[in-house]
Ligand binder design. Structure first.
Ligand code: PLP
Ligand code: COI
Length: 339
């Protein structure tokens, strides 16, 4: 480790690392792709990604183990989700092998920036697929760029297991009923900015979005999925086509059932039923597991376990998930890819 950074206090911020991967799709195929030190993209001013939002992205992390090795958590799932996003926006798919190879190249090339074990920090990888070229009509691009860049990050919401408060967005939806909510595209995040800015101004960690059809069901917690633990010890997480299918959420569904012995299910989560949860959390790659201490909805307030302390089941899920990611707990088969 040659780099000196304040690893414990990184937050979630962009950093221009020495190398990133870039590949170009033209004439119906991907070129070989290469590492470059140039952190600027050189694209046509008319690129469909810029005007019409024809783009998609991913987020995954590289973890430093106690032994000093580096590993990825379920990168194949990110590759598959980017392929699904690509189909939704009429973009060419990045094959799984090419995706994982690009991620590995970027981690290796920036190895000194993979945070030391024990700091809680990780190397965040951002794969990005964009439609480029000289097109001004609304139609799919003929050329695309696929890039993967990286930066060391700490926590996205409050650090570690400190609970955060959220507010339900009653003025804005992030997704439409048959829209792109289930795909990882920039337009969903653009649509969420006003709610997020308002929530943060009011002192909340982020906004919670409801289903865009009936506005009665919980969908997303900012850029993370929701889960709750009932009095009966069930792990419940919302099911909806306009939610981003979180890889962390599916991992927790599995771990809750197979490692913690909880009944685990994806189903509707009505706002009016929030009282059934004795604990709740937000989960995602950036968010990891952030306990939800409080949710406000107009003049109604819901408290989950405590506003200052993590609950016992959320803590056990966190320890299981993070233990697997950092190589301390045995992973289900195929979840860990060594660099
Ligand atoms: N929901 C949204 C809107 C997100 O941006 C993310 C982040 O990727 C998630 C959920 C969590 O997904 P994952 O666990 O795959 O990172
Ligand atoms: C992730 O968790 O990887 C995300 O994509 C969230 C990000 C938008 C901050």
């Amino acid at each position: 480790m040659t780099i000196e950074l304040d690893w414990e206090n990184l937050g979630f911020n962009y950093m221009n690392l020495p190398l990133r991967y870039i590949a170009h799709y033209k004439g119906g195929k991907w070129n070989a792709g290469e590492l470059t030190s140039d952190h600027q993209l050189h694209i046509s001013e008319s690129s469909p990604a810029l005007h019409y939002g024809q783009q998609g992205f991913e987020g995954l992390k590289a973890y430093r183990t106690k032994e000093g090795t580096i590993q990825l958590f379920r990168p194949d799932q990110n590759a598959l989700r980017l392929q699904k996003t690509a189909r939704r926006l009429c973009m060419p798919e990045v094959p799984t092998e090419m995706f994982i190879d690009a991620v590995k190249q970027v981690v290796k090339a920036n190895e000194d920036f993979v945070p030391p074990y024990g700091t809680g920090a990780t190397l965040y990888l951002r794969p990005l697929l964009i439609g480029v070229g000289d097109i001004i009509g609304v139609r799919p691009a003929e050329e695309y760029l696929f890039t993967v860049f990286a930066m060391p990050v700490g926590s996205y919401f409050k650090g570690g297991l400190a609970p955060s408060s959220f507010v339900i967005s009653r003025d804005y939806d992030r997704a439409a009923p048959l829209g792109t909510g289930g795909a990882k595209v920039g337009g969903n995040y653009a649509a969420s900015l006003q709610a997020e800015v308002g929530a943060k101004k009011a002192g909340y960690a982020d906004a919670i979005y409801l289903d865009p059809t009936t506005h009665t069901k919980i969908e997303e917690v900012g850029a993370a999925n929701f889960f709750g633990i009932t009095k009966e010890g069930e792990f419940i997480t919302p099911l909806s086509p306009s939610i981003l299918p979180s890889i962390t959420k599916y991992s927790l569904l599995y771990l809750a059932e197979h490692r913690l012995g909880l009944k685990a299910q994806e189903t509707d989560v009505l706002v009016t039923d929030l009282e059934r949860f004795v604990e709740a959390g937000a989960c995602g790659t950036a968010a990891v597991i952030s306990p939800i201490g409080r949710i406000d909805d107009g003049d109604r307030t819901y408290i989950f376990h405590s506003e200052t302390e993590v609950g016992p089941t959320v803590k056990r899920l966190y320890e299981e998930l993070v233990g697997i990611q950092f190589g301390e707990v045995e992973a289900p088969e195929g979840w860990i890819v060594k660099i």
